[in-house]
Design a protein around this ligand. Structure first.
Ligand code: PAF
Length: 290
């Protein structure tokens, strides 16, 4: 059957120049974009499949962005498996995989926080104070990639809930003509939110990690029946009752402003967010409460 939008041979662009030449061949198409840091898994696949179904051509970027890591060990140990990623992205029907060098993205160097972005104050809470500079570095790379890729739509997962809210803010603030598509969290069968960092877990940590999701789900039963701070304390102790897990924070936030709430009626939409260590591996998760 004739399928005009089906692109069978993916282009792998390993430099800016290669990407720019590939981008020319997409001028007449609605371009969808899935930015990633590689080590792709089913969570990314769900974003790529959705983009392929909604757009004329899909670009996936694979770039471990040095400016968004506030911890050097985390950057150094972040999994890098470009050859495997290429085959995976091609099998999903993307048109171009863009794997640039650091020099391509930061021609003037990677001076931390050189360019300061207005993040609408959404970086004041949650991950913001715990990972200083992270969201500014993320905004730096995402805006640079948007300028290079020039997509009509860009796809992001709700696992990084705060990142998504911040991207929506600066896309509007800077006037990018890009539709940001929110995609639900992809989970393993046992409930663990899919993440490239899961590759770094030992088998014992991997078995313990689904306890995070099981614990935070309990917040749905607690909502409205016990005080917010008591629910947070109970869920924290529940997570920490698994010896291989150590909670960094559990927060219940206003889903729009991201500000932590102290009362269930303080906002129309609430979300529980958390960060938990399994050994040195930092895992984040979140669920919608109302
Ligand atoms: O979510 C991620 O993987 C990264 O933060 C992103 C959006 C690709 C920017 O480096």
């Amino acid at each position: 059957m004739f399928a005009p939008n089906l692109i069978t041979t993916m282009i792998t662009a390993k430099s800016l120049a290669e990407f720019q030449s590939a981008r020319k061949s997409l001028e007449d198409k609605v371009v969808g974009f899935v930015p990633t840091m590689g080590a792709l898994h089913e969570g990314h696949a769900s974003l790529i499949r959705r983009a392929v179904s909604e757009c004329g051509a899909v670009v996936v970027s694979d770039f471990v962005n040095p400016t968004q890591f506030n911890n050097k060990t985390d950057f150094d140990t972040y999994p890098r498996v470009l050859e495997r990623d290429c085959a995976f992205v091609e099998s999903l029907g993307a048109a171009v995989l863009f794997a640039p060098s650091v020099e391509d993205i930061y021609p003037a160097g990677t001076d931390y926080n050189k360019k300061v972005f207005d993040l609408g104050g959404l970086d004041q809470y949650g991950e913001g104070p715990r990972r200083p500079g992270h969201f500014n570095g993320m905004a730096q790379v995402v805006t640079r990639l948007f300028d290079i890729v020039r997509p009509a739509k860009a796809y992001f997962g709700e696992k990084d809930f705060q990142q998504l809210a911040i991207i929506e803010y600066f896309v509007k603030d800077l006037g990018y003509p890009i539709e940001i598509v929110r995609c639900p969290i992809a989970r393993a069968e046992d409930g663990l939110a899919l993440s490239s960092r899961n590759n770094l877990l030992t088998p014992a940590q991997r078995s313990a990690a689904p306890h995070i999701y099981r614990s935070i789900l309990k917040a749905k039963e607690m909502a409205g029946s016990i005080p917010v701070n008591e629910a947070i304390r109970t869920i924290t102790s529940l997570i920490d009752s698994e010896p291989l897990l150590r909670t960094e924070y559990v927060e219940i936030i206003n889903s729009l402003t991201l500000r932590p709430v102290t009362d269930w009626n303080e906002a129309e939409h609430l979300r529980l967010t958390c960060a938990v260590y399994a050994g040195q591996v930092r895992l984040i998760d979140n669920i919608d409460l109302k």
